[in-house]
Design a protein around this ligand. Structure first.
Ligand SMILES: [Zn+2]
Ligand SMILES: [Zn+2]
Length: 246
C-alpha cells in the first residue's frame, strides 16, 4: 500500500539517485557507509544484521489474526479485536520502523528496485503453502505511482516470491482512482478504502489467495483487497507483508 512519509521525491529524484549509484556504487543505502566486501545487495553487513534483529523470527505468543508478538495468554491483539477483517490471517516480517522502514523508503521513494530480493528473503519464510490451490496476488498500486516509480512494489514482491516458492502469481487486483486517501480522516479513509480496490474476473481462481504487500498500516488496503477477492469467489484470503505498523 502507499504510505506517504512526507519525503516523497520529485520526479527527477530517480535520475539523481542513478547518478549517485554510479559515483558511489558500494555505499550502503541505509547508513551510507562504504562497503569494502560484497554483501547482500545494497545493504552493508551491519545494517543487514540490524534488520535481521528487528525481524520477528519465531515468536512464542502472537496475535491469532495478525501474528504480532503478544504477552502470554492475550490471544488476539487490540487492533484485531477492534476491526473485522475479510482476510483470515496476516503475517509480516518486521515492524515498520528502524532499518526496515529505511529500506522501504528507499524502495518506494527512491525507486530502489535492487532491494526487492532482500525483502523477498525475509518474507518468503512466512508463506506456508501446503495447499495446491494457493496463489499469490499482488496488492495494487495507483497507476500514477507506478509511472513515477517505474514499477509496482506489490507486483515485484509477488513475482519474486512466486519464483522463489514455485507459486502461481495472479494479478487480480486493481486500484480504483478516488480522492486523495491521505487527506481523509481515519473512519472516512476506512470506508473509502473498502471501495478503493476491485478484482478482475478470472477463469481459474485459487481457493486461497495470499495478498502480497510491502507494508500493513491500518489494515484498510489489505481488507479492501480481501473483500474484492471474496466478491469474485476466492474462499480464503491471507495477507503477507514485509513490514507492519504497530
Ligand atoms: Zn549500512
Ligand atoms: Zn492482531
Amino acid at each position: 500500500m502507499e504510505v506517504s512519509t512526507g519525503n516523497e521525491s520529485p520526479h527527477s529524484h530517480r535520475a539523481y539517485r542513478g547518478v549517485i549509484d554510479l559515483l558511489a556504487p558500494h555505499a550502503c543505502v541505509v547508513c551510507g557507509s562504504h562497503m569494502c566486501s560484497p554483501t547482500r545487495g545494497p545493504l552493508c553487513g551491519d545494517c543487514f544484521e540490524r534488520l535481521l534483529a528487528e525481524s520477528h523470527g519465531p515468536v512464542t505468543y502472537q496475535c491469532q489474526t495478525c501474528s504480532i508478538p503478544l504477552p502470554p495468554r492475550v490471544g488476539v491483539c487490540e487492533r484485531c479485536r477492534r476491526e473485522t477483517y475479510a482476510f483470515s490471517r496476516l503475517t509480516a516480517a518486521c515492524p515498520y520502523r528502524g532499518v526496515a522502514a529505511r529500506v522501504l523508503r528507499e524502495v518506494k521513494f527512491h525507486s530502489r528496485r535492487s532491494l526487492i530480493p532482500l525483502l523477498v528473503e525475509l518474507v518468503s519464510p512466512l508463506v506456508h503453502h501446503d495447499s495446491t490451490s494457493v496463489a499469490l496476488v499482488p496488492a495494487p498500486s495507483r497507476r500514477s505511482t507506478i509511472r513515477r516509480r517505474g514499477f509496482s512494489v506489490g507486483r515485484e514482491l509477488a513475482t519474486a516470491l512466486g519464483r522463489k516458492l514455485h507459486l502461481d502469481v495472479l494479478d487480480l487486483l486493481r486500484q480504483r482512482s478516488h480522492a486523495e486517501q491521505k487527506k481523509l480522516a481515519y473512519e472516512g479513509r476506512w470506508s473509502n478504502m473498502l471501495r478503493s480496490v476491485r478484482a478482475v474476473r478470472a477463469r481459474h481462481l485459487p481457493q486461497t489467495a495470499i495478498v502480497v504487500d510491502d507494508v500493513f498500516t491500518t489494515g484498510a488496503t489489505a481488507n479492501a483487497c480481501a473483500v474484492a477477492l471474496k466478491e469474485i469467489g476466492v474462499q480464503f484470503v491471507e495477507v503477507v507483508t514485509f513490514a507492519m505498523e504497530y
